[in-house]
Design a protein around this ligand. Structure first.
Ligand code: SF4
Length: 757
């Protein structure tokens, strides 16, 4: 295997200075070596499926099934090829420095030169502009050990308050809602509980494509006779199999959820005893949902009132019911409220805390759960401690051995940091495991922000769209070249094991951070020689916090099939099910919070008749930095497309495979049309895994939830144009959606449910 020279040349990198990777002889030698299996977990989504990596010498050569409680040997298409990142010809193998200023080329540097340059610039910037002029923007696909070290590095080595992570774009609204309602931000039950449900209500989650392995538990529930109700603007694969699909207008789910709760009340399906014994705030919620008649919800969401009533009755009459929700409702300017509406429904039915009942968020990133509780979030310290609570600050300062007044306060959210960069208030940023140029909305602003930084320092193992713009690129390791732990979407802590040697001079992220800390004169606080040493400090730093990892040892994880937090001592069994007796608030009761429907920040109007929504496809992960490089996955979905309903396509004169232009008030992009009857006629869908001109986040709206700052990726106003120049007049292109105008979307009569196949 040789380096992909064209790839690097096109990006202005001196390719001759990259490693050639394993040669044919080296591969032949690997073939002769005995094989061994290394037990580990997938690098991609929050399910964290267990797998064995097949290893010859120090090279990963394949993958084998591994039985584990939550994936039972199964892997999705991404998991099967994840290992191919390790020997990929586009791996970064040496540090790179941009020579000749911002217009210059990235060229090879030694580690000493690169790290000295970065540390020197940071010292100079902080001396001139204050500590907060340097920021850290991290990710949640890294191990807990790395995420923990990022938070400590920012606050102790740099002394900046500006540290945040890309989970801000992913889980922050669900996290805030769970913390507010339950007092603990974690899915309340293990995945193996799903088959116990008699009704599954899936809200804004394309489960089959985004979390394929969760589907085996859904199928098991269905085999037992569970009913399935799906709210989604698209008839996704899981919606296709549902008893009832409610194709809501993007951004309007809350009206339907409130109307469903009102219907439960009117049908006498509320668990009054549970509400009285275990919750606070029911009366206010009761009053808030009363105006949400099914007819009002129909007007807002574009779903017939009878469907909403039928959904409420399927959900409300089930003895055990579980709501699964994800980014479809969380990527919203009212994402927290949307999650609270789900929680209100489940509490009203007395489901939260029952085996198989309640609510669960489907966390997207591999370590999306752990990444938000070990202290790399703008306002958090390890153990889910809060940076503005004096006792929390004192505890962590004591563990770290620093005076508490040296611990910075809360910093800017990731989405706010970008604006501070664009305004010149943040002058340098260390980016780890994040691809801002693809994942942040309105990326013209992101490009301006990154161009303002000097230096922009990126740690990555591929030259991502963000790394291409860096002044210094530091080559990191892929997941199977290091070890540590992750916490999956259930709250189960699992162990990632090292299977391969890093290529060239690539180093683990934690080694890079420790080295940089040393060059900043903070070596004493970063003496780590292994990931295990970091884990042991993290256990102590989390001790007594909400997310208490203290009792979880690496040995226990291996022996017990993962351990669920909180686990306060080594003889504690861990906590697979939360809230069985009490919630996380001091009085043990859940908080019910009245929530009102508010329209999305941007609605269709003159010149922009459609609602554009975005999402994942099964073959790709997040910004695609990894999966777009893996041959099989890239071949299945090599470029983005726009899904258009046949009724809309006919009016526009657009056919499948025709290239069209999609415009929003921010930008336009050209891409292939896919005419499908599985989307609302007033809605467009574009997958978000692609870079440069193919990044749909050039189009999306940066408006964010006012509390947690999560952007409204899931809805903005848009137009479609044929590329032959035939502009589409706004009003004529507007497509009304109702049961009458789109009968194909309601193939069964009101009040009935779809026949089960
Ligand atoms: Fe499992 Fe997710 Fe990896 Fe697929 S991507 S194998 S569902 S962890």
């Amino acid at each position: 295997m040789s380096v992909n020279r064209d790839f690097f040349l096109r990006r202005g990198v001196n390719y001759d200075l990259q490693s050639a990777g394993p040669t044919a002889d080296e591969w032949a030698e690997a073939d002769r070596l005995p094989e061994r299996l290394v037990a580990t977990h997938c690098s991609f989504c929050g399910v964290q499926c267990a797998m064995y990596l097949k290893v010859a010498g120090d090279r990963v050569i394949g993958v084998e099934p591994r039985d584990f409680p939550h994936n039972r040997g199964a892997l999705c298409p991404k998991g099967v090829v994840a290992y191919q990142q390790a020997n990929h010809p586009e791996r970064l193998t040496h540090p790179l420095i941009r020579r000749g200023g911002k217009g210059g080329r990235l060229e090879r540097a030694s580690w000493d030169e690169a790290l000295d340059h970065v540390a020197g610039r940071w010292r100079a910037i902080q001396a001139a502009h204050g500590r907060d002029a340097v920021a850290v923007y991290s990710g949640s696909s890294m191990t807990n050990e790395k995420c923990y070290l990022v938070g400590k590095f920012a606050r102790v080595a740099l002394g900046t308050r500006h540290v945040d992570y890309n989970g801000r774009l992913c889980m922050s609204s669900a996290a805030a809602a769970y913390a507010k309602a339950f007092g603990i931000d974690r899915a309340p039950l293990p995945m193996t509980d799903v088959p116990r449900a008699d009704c599954l209500l899936v809200v804004g989650s394309n489960v089959a494509e985004c979390f394929p392995i969760v589907m085996q538990w859904v199928w098991q529930a269905r085999d037992r006779g569970a009913r399935l109700v799906v709210l989604d603007p698209r008839e996704t694969p899981i919606a296709r199999t549902a008893d009832l699909w409610l194709p809501v207008r993007p951004g309007t789910d809350l009206a339907v959820l409130n109307a469903m709760l009102r219907q439960l009340v009117h049908d006498g399906l509320v668990d009054e005893a549970y509400l009285a014994a275990r919750t606070v705030g029911w009366e206010a919620v009761l009053a808030a949902v009363e105006p949400y008649t099914p007819e009002r919800a129909e007007r807002i969401a574009g779903v017939p009132a009878a469907r909403i009533v039928a959904a409420a009755r399927l959900y409300g009459r089930a003895a055990t019911s579980l709501i699964l929700h994800a980014r479809g409702i969380e990527h919203s300017t009212h994402g927290v409220d949307n999650c609270l509406a789900c929680i209100n429904l489940a509490l009203a039915r007395g489901q939260v805390g029952r085996p198989g009942g309640g609510t669960a968020m489907l966390t997207g990133q591999g370590n999306g759960q752990g990444g938000r509780e070990v202290g790399q979030k703008a306002n958090q310290l390890p153990g889910y401690r809060h940076i503005d609570v004096p006792a929390d600050r004192e505890y962590v300062a004591r563990v770290w051995g620093i005076p508490v007044d040296e611990l910075p306060g809360a910093g800017a959210a990731a989405t706010e940091m970008v604006h501070l960069m664009a305004e010149g208030r943040i002058k340098s940023c260390l980016v780890l495991c994040s691809n801002l140029m693809v994942s942040l909305p309105d990326n013209a602003v992101v490009a301006r922000a990154l161009a303002n930084l000097d230096p922009l320092v990126v740690v990555d193992f591929f030259l991502s769209e963000t790394a291409e713009r860096a002044d210094v690129v530091l080559p990191g390791t892929v997941w199977c070249e290091d070890e540590g732990t992750t916490t999956n979407l259930e709250g189960r802590v699992v162990k990632i094991n090292r299977a391969a040697r890093a290529p060239g001079e690539a180093r683990t992220d934690w080694e890079i951070l420790c080295d940089l800390a040393g060059r900043l004169g903070k070596e004493r606080w970063f003496p780590f020689r292994s990931a295990r040493e970091i884990w042991d400090e993290l256990r102590v730093a989390s001790r007594g916090g909400t997310a208490d990892y203290f009792g979880i040892t690496w040995e226990r994880i291996d022996a017990e099939g993962g351990v669920f937090w909180p686990c306060p001592s080594e003889d504690h069994p861990g906590t697979p099910r939360l809230f069985t007796d009490r919630f996380g608030h001091p009085d043990g009761r859940a908080r019910m919070v009245p929530v009102e429907y508010r329209p999305p920040a941007e609605e269709p109007g003159e010149g922009f008749p459609f609602r554009l929504t975005t999402g994942r496809v099964v073959y790709h992960y997040l910004s695609g930095t990894q999966t777009r490089r893996l041959g099989f996955l890239a071949a299945q979905a090599p470029e983005p497309w726009v899904e258009i309903h046949p009724a809309a396509a006919e009016r526009l004169g657009v056919v499948t495979d025709e290239r069209v232009r999609v415009r929003t008030p921010r930008a336009a992009m050209e891409l292939r049309a896919l005419v499908v009857p599985t989307i609302r006629p007033d809605t467009l869908f574009i997958p978000f895994h692609y870079g440069h001109e193919q990044a749909v986040n050039r189009l999306t709206n940066p408006a964010a939830d006012p509390g947690v700052k999560i952007p409204e990726y899931k809805v903005c106003a848009a137009a479609v144009e044929k590329l032959d120049g035939a502009a589409v007049p706004g009003r004529e292109a507007r497509v009304n959606f109702s049961a009458e105008s789109a009968p194909a979307m309601f193939p069964y009569a009101a009040g009935e449910t779809k026949a089960r196949s």
